[in-house]
Each structure stands twice: as structure tokens, then as C-alpha cells.
Design a protein around this ligand. Structure first.
Ligand code: PAF
Length: 283
């Protein structure tokens, strides 16, 4: 595994692979890697000849007062895990390499509509930061495919929409949520939960799954189900931001005859913000 930090080195490396007709996959990350990330690397390896992981804590996707400064940074451990996972290249640029004209003057890409609700409401500007960074990585790497996790359900839909809208030749592959033994979705921010908070946090998946089972069993009262999900999380001593049932394809509010749905929630346990979701195919 080689680690590269600059644009010219990256260009040189990738054009050699491309010239040899090799298929290139990228797994974009912000580091502090866990088994969820490594599962995405495995998926990337099964689809491509070369796997590149990007490690960049992207400042433009953090709002004012959010945890950019304290976001866990563990570059040595990350490199060791990626070496063990057998990737070809780690691209770990600094902020000036990704945004050479500075953040305020940076070209932005935004996807209106899909980003206006759910996490877009609680974190205004967040998805514009994500798409602006991912668009840069796609331009720099020109990968054949990119792998994202289903845990960030809205994020992967927004990125797919950007790719479809701009006609980018990048296939988007989504890997399933990887969970702790108690059900909590793996996330870099889980490290900030103490053991009591960990137990409280596990109620999130349990509640999402409960709602998904009710829908699968024929309950169509989505408004009531969502309100009851909020109540259950609050009773479990979480501070839920939203608990929603949406159409899986585009996050629109579902009609009662809609069959492909997703139950999504964002919540806070202590100071830690958690998101998770469960897909449900109703009859
Ligand atoms: O999901 C993440 O870790 C980030 O949002 C991403 C996709 C790497 C963009 O910075």
C-alpha cells in the first residue's frame, strides 16, 4: 500500500493504472476506521482491480458548533488497518490540496430537494459540503466506482443523484450497515459513548426495527408510527431529532400503497449524534 498526499503524485499513479486498463474503485472516508469501513473496502476489492481509500476530514461538511475540531483522527491506526485489508493506495491530502483556493472560494456542488429534509434540516449546509468534497475526489481520481455505506442513507442517495444529474461515469455501490453485537450501527462517533450510553444508543436500532416490522405486517399509519418512534426514543433517554418513514427511492413522503420504504432516525445520546435506518419492503 502506498500513501499519497499530493495531486501530481495521485495523477501519475492513477494514469498508469488506467493506461493498463485496470478498473479503479474508491472508498471515501474521514478516517477513524472501523469494521464498517473495512466491509466497504472488501466490496470495493470484489468490484475492481485497484482500490483507493481517501482519508480526509472534510471541513466543509461540518457546521458551526459541530465537531470538526474534535472529530477522532487516528491516521496511523487507519493506515495499518488499510494495509491489512490489502488496498493499493491511501490518498490522505491536507485541506490545501483538496481546496487549493481556500474553502470560501471553493467551487461548490449542491443537490437541492433531496437535501432539504431529515439530516439536511438539522445540519444545514452539511450535504453541500459532502457533495463538494466527493465531486472533487471523483474529478481527481476518475474512479470507475465508489463505495458508500447504507448507514448514511440520505448521503448515498444525494451522491447517486449528483452522479445521475451530472452524468458522471462513476458507478455507486452501497454496502450494508455493519453493527456492534448489541445492534448499534458502527460509527466513528461511537467511541465517545460510555458503557451506559452505549446501552441507551442500542435502543435506536431496536426501535427502527420494531417500526419496520409493523409496516411489513401491514400498518400504514405512517404518521402515528413515526410519532411513536420519537416517543420510544425519548423514553429510552435519547434526544431524537427526527424519526421518519419515507419512500426508499427518493425520501418522498410515502402514500399508503407505497411498498419500498425506509425508516430513518437521527438522535442524540449524551453529546453524540447518531443516525441509522432500516429498509422495509411492505406488501
Ligand atoms: O461518510 C463520510 O465519511 C463522509 O461524509 C464522506 C462521504 C467521506 C465525505 O467526506
Amino acid at each position: 500500500m502506498q500513501t499519497i498526499q499530493t495531486r501530481p503524485e495521485l495523477r501519475q499513479k492513477l494514469s498508469a493504472w488506467r493506461g493498463a486498463g485496470e478498473r479503479i474503485a474508491v472508498v471515501p472516508t474521514m478516517g477513524n476506521l472501523h469494521d464498517g469501513h473495512i466491509s466497504l473496502v472488501r466490496i470495493a476489492k470484489s468490484h475492481a482491480d485497484r482500490v483507493v481509500v481517501t482519508l480526509f476530514v472534510n471541513p466543509t461538511q461540518f457546521g458551526r458548533g459541530e465537531d470538526f475540531a474534535t472529530y477522532p483522527r487516528t491516521p496511523e491506526q487507519d493506515a495499518a488497518k488499510l494495509r491489512a485489508a490489502g488496498i493499493d493506495l491511501l490518498f490522505a491530502p491536507d485541506v490545501a490540496t483538496v481546496y487549493p483556493f481556500g474553502i470560501d472560494a471553493a467551487t461548490r456542488v449542491s443537490v437541492p430537494g433531496l437535501t432539504d429534509s431529515l439530516c439536511g434540516t438539522g445540519r444545514p449546509g452539511h450535504f453541500d459540503g459532502v457533495t463538494s468534497a466527493i465531486m472533487r475526489f471523483f474529478a481527481l481520481l476518475q474512479p470507475d466506482l465508489a463505495v458508500f455505506g447504507q448507514k448514511d442513507y440520505q448521503q448515498q442517495l444525494v451522491i447517486r443523484r449528483m452522479v445521475d444529474d451530472l452524468g458522471l461515469p462513476v458507478e455507486i455501490v452501497v454496502g450494508p450497515v455493519v453493527r456492534e453485537p448489541g445492534g448499534l450501527a458502527m460509527s466513528s462517533r461511537n467511541a465517545f459513548l460510555n458503557s451506559k450510553e452505549g446501552e441507551i444508543a442500542a435502543r435506536l436500532y431496536e426501535t427502527l426495527r420494531g417500526t419496520a416490522s409493523e409496516i411489513a405486517a401491514g400498518n400504514r399509519d405512517f404518521g402515528k408510527l413515526a410519532a411513536s418512534g420519537m416517543e420510544t426514543l425519548t423514553e429510552a433517554r435519547q434526544a431524537p431529532e427526527y424519526f421518519e418513514i419515507r419512500r426508499a427511492a427518493d425520501l418522498a413522503l410515502p402514500r399508503s400503497n407505497c411498498t419500498e420504504l425506509v425508516v430513518l432516525a437521527a438522535t442524540r445520546v449524551g453529546t453524540v449524534r447518531l443516525i441509522d435506518n432500516v429498509l422495509v419492503a411492505a406488501q
